[in-house]
Design a protein around this ligand. Structure first.
Ligand code: ZN
Ligand code: ZN
Length: 214
């Protein structure tokens, strides 16, 4: 499994553009899933080009929640190719998608692959993506508005959470992540340095261009 951060508040590779927002490409089980789309389509596509990511090779877009810094690049991608888009129930319908799938409850993303899951829409705002690998669940989050503990709890029926990647907002319930092996706080995470000092052995820095493989 490979996760490449394409859009983030900070740059991990200096030749890439940092901007407020989040997006990453998840390559696993023969799939290329784009998680969120950042704030601006031009920055998203320019970072993809520098990372040698072909947007036409993406098979699915997974939107965590409707906030502008996660959906801003969606129209630019759907202009290139109508794709299948998973959105949380409350999210407005994107124009130009090949198919729009509204997610309300926790469950499998689709039937042809039994290892990719959504937390379901939590707190009427946001869903998280989870991928099952040998070590457990890799959980990818947008802003974690419903709370990390809540998100991990919703995904527990699908496996033991192993890694957490993405925006954690004001998260400070550090005990909730004590059982994880890998934590990559990105985007809007306010207390990344506290997470790092509390769990140095679990911590991985985020930023545009960061590649995490499992
Ligand atoms: Zn955000
Ligand atoms: Zn948000």
């Amino acid at each position: 499994m490979k996760v490449t951060i394409i859009y983030d508040n900070e740059a991990y590779q200096k030749d890439l553009t940092a901007d407020w927002g989040f997006s990453c490409l998840v390559e696993v089980h023969g799939r290329k899933i784009l998680f969120d789309t950042g704030a601006k389509g031009d920055i998203l596509l320019a970072n993809m080009e520098k990372l040698s990511i072909d947007p036409l090779a993406i098979d699915t877009i997974f939107i965590s929640h409707s906030h502008w810094d996660h959906t801003g690049g969606l129209a630019a991608l759907l202009d290139l190719k109508p794709m299948r888009v998973f959105i949380p129930q409350s999210c407005p319908t994107p124009e130009g998608a090949a198919e729009v799938i509204r997610v309300r409850k926790p469950g499998r993303l689709d039937d042809d692959n039994k290892k990719i899951f959504s937390s379901g829409e939590l707190d009427s705002i946001e869903q998280a993506l989870a991928v099952k690998i040998a070590q457990g669940l890799v959980v990818i989050v947008g802003c974690s508005h419903p709370g990390v503990r809540n998100i991990l709890h919703s995904l527990a029926p699908f496996g033991k959470p192993f890694a957490l990647i993405g925006g954690l907002h004001g998260f400070s319930d550090y005990q909730a992540i004590s059982n994880l092996a890998v934590i990559c706080p990105a985007h809007c995470t306010q207390h990344a340095s506290k997470i790092q000092s509390r769990y140095p052995e679990k911590y991985i820095p985020g930023g545009v261009g960061k590649v995490i493989t499992f």
